[in-house]
Design a protein around this ligand. Structure first.
Ligand code: NAD
Ligand code: G6P
Ligand code: MN
Length: 443
């Protein structure tokens, strides 16, 4: 079997060790020749790089491992770039969450004003990464899960339409894992039908390979417990705030009892609940929870490994959710025709939705990339919600490209999370001030 060369961009990410451990666990399915980490933050990169160097020497000495902040070194001679960067890091995520909350509006990493703010930071860096990749390894594919994926994918569609970039989210995968637990199956046993936008969609079918439909059974469970499951095998989405989210799916199902909801719909359908009842503390948001939790754990594990000079006894854990990354890379590398939910241009996949909208639907992935599967016509209610949200995403990208204050204000006004044009303007002006270093000038 051919061996592949990979660069992980955002090598200093809290997810990097989990992904590397997952890759090591899958070497029989996806053999690796070279593994490089690339980050533009030298300190973060070195902290994880040094520890992973020890891990690799112990567990897979044949793999050529290195870490760098030099783009040429990172992107020369690679087949795949796994990209998970966060422009502005957690310091800016914290502001994305806290600024809207100050105005009584949902403060979230990818939804509402916080997601729009993060989008306007991410676009430039992702486009730059694509250009670097194409300069040094023109045949390389980028598997991108940098957020906010909907806005990033729309920007790629407009600014780099011919680039080999695949945009994907782990939420459909993670939720399918929960669904499979509910019915006593594994995700590999199941094929789904799904339509929507990223962090904004519904499952319309969950079948096993014999064609048995499990949707009614799962719906029955979700109507009582949401996606909270008895046995937890996940390595992510476990903190208390995530448990609230899994539980809230029950109320999302009540809105549309025919389909199974993506948990992120809670920010659009119950924004008042999220702000007032769920306990969004304007002084301590998810960014704080992650900085005090996952970030500390990952970086202190790395420190211990480096101090001890061995990973024995203080190993990084495998990011089990991340096996979809290997499945996707294999689909491209070995033309497996894997069926996966991906973020792609609609082009008729949802029959009664705009061709040029970026949507999230099941695709067959081969060496040529994803081919969307037809999901037919969708109901009026979902279509209207999706049209409103996709327009938010399109206006945000246009605002970035044109440097338009007006369009960004309109994007915020259209977001279902914001009550009025006045509040939208107040939030926008605060976000502009906070993002001075990152956003284009808006006039
Ligand atoms: P993190 O802040 O720990 O890691 C991001 C890293 O990217 C940092 O080390 C930072 O220095 C680096 N970085 C920033 N700009 C860069 C650039 N231009 N070039 C190279 N490196 C750069 O964040 P995290 O919580 O580990 O998440 C990483 C990313 O993955 C985020 O965008 C997050 O939203 C995304 N994510 C997406 C999904 C999905 O479903 N698509 C799932 C999980 C995480
Ligand atoms: C899910 C979403 C990602 C998002 C992540 C946030 O996995 O699909 O897009 O980045 O949750 O998780 P966190 O633990 O950082 O809040
Ligand atoms: Mn996601």
């Amino acid at each position: 079997m051919k061996k592949f060369s990979i660069v992980i961009a955002g090598g200093g990410s809290t997810y990097t060790p989990g992904i590397v451990m997952m890759l090591l666990d899958n070497l029989d399915r996806f053999p690796i020749k070279t593994l490089k980490l690339y980050d533009n933050d030298e300190e973060r990169q070195a902290a994880l790089g040094k520890a992973l160097d020890i891990v690799l020497k112990e567990k897979a000495p044949d793999i050529e491992f290195s870490y760098t902040t030099d783009p040429e070194e990172a992107f020369t001679n690679v087949d795949f770039c796994f990209a998970h960067i966060r422009t502005g890091k957690y310091k800016m995520r914290e502001l994305d969450e806290k600024i809207p909350l100050k105005h009584g509006v949902v403060g979230q990493e990818t939804c509402g004003p916080g997601g729009i703010a993060y989008g306007l930071r991410s676009i430039g860096d992702i486009i730059e990464l694509i250009d670097i990749m194409e300069k040094y390894s023109p045949d390389c594919w980028m598997l991108n899960y940098s957020n906010p994926a909907a806005i990033v994918a729309e920007a790629c569609r407009i600014l780099r339409p011919n680039s080999r970039v695949l945009n994907i989210c782990d939420m459909p995968v993670g939720t399918l894992r929960r669904m499979s637990q509910i019915i006593g199956k594994t995700p590999e046993d199941l094929d789904v039908r799904y339509f929507g936008l990223n962090h904004f969609g519904w499952w319309t079918s969950v079948k096993d390979k014999e064609g048995h439909e499990y949707l009614p059974e799962i719906r029955d469970y979700v109507s009582k417990h949401g996606y909270l499951t008895q046995i937890e095998v996940d390595t992510q989405h476990m903190d208390q705030s995530w448990q609230e989210t899994h539980k809230k799916a029950k109320d999302l199902l009540a809105v549309e009892p025919r389909f199974l909801p993506n948990t992120y719909l809670k920010y659009y359908l119950y924004p008042d609940y999220v702000v007032k009842v769920e306990g969004s503390d304007p002084d301590y948001t998810r960014a704080n929870e992650v900085m005090d939790g996952r970030e500390k754990e990952v970086f202190s594990a790395a420190k211990t490994i480096v101090e001890k000079g061995t990973s024995e006894g203080s190993e990084f854990s495998i990011g089990s959710h991340a096996t979809f990354i290997v499945d996707l890379a294999r689909a491209i590398a070995f033309n497996t025709h894997e069926r996966m939910v991906m973020i792609v241009e609609n082009n008729g996949a949802i029959a009664n939705f705009d061709d040029n909208a970026v949507v999230e639907v099941p695709c067959i992935v081969s060496s040529d990339g994803p081919e969307p599967l037809s999901q037919g016509n969708i109901p009026e209610f979902e279509r209207a919600l999706m049209y409103q949200q996709v327009t938010v995403e399109k206006l945000a990208v246009q605002a970035y490209i044109e440097g338009s204050y007006q369009k960004l204000w309109q994007a915020l006004i259209l977001s279902k999370t914001i009550p009025s044009a006045k509040v939208a303007k107040e939030i926008l002006d605060d976000l502009i001030e906070a993002n001075k270093e990152y956003w284009p000038e808006l006039t």
